[in-house]
Design a protein around this ligand. Sequence first.
Ligand code: SF4
Length: 107
Amino acid sequence: MSNILPFEATLTFTYRCNLACPFCYERDSRSAAKNELPLSVWLDFIDEMADLKMFRVRVTGGEPFCHPYFRPMLERLGKRNMRYFIISNGTLITREWADFLAGERRC
Ligand code: SF4
């Protein structure tokens, strides 16, 4: 049995997106929302990763800022001292989001 633990995970919280880039493979954002996991499942999953001492999480989509529960998910990552970075098109980052992210622990 190996003692090697996962170092990093990629979490796709949503396939929704506010844009429709012609080259994108995630273009049907309306049906994408139907297949999202509930918040409670994500929070449990984040806790499980933290318990495994996962170091870093890459958050992507779709456009993750489209997810209605994106902030509580990030808050849980921060609360569990997990570093994360976000892959985003950047168009939905408001002043409020910027202030929140400035106070968070990221990579
Ligand atoms: S911003 Fe990204 S996820 Fe959204 S449509 Fe464009 S390539 Fe796809």
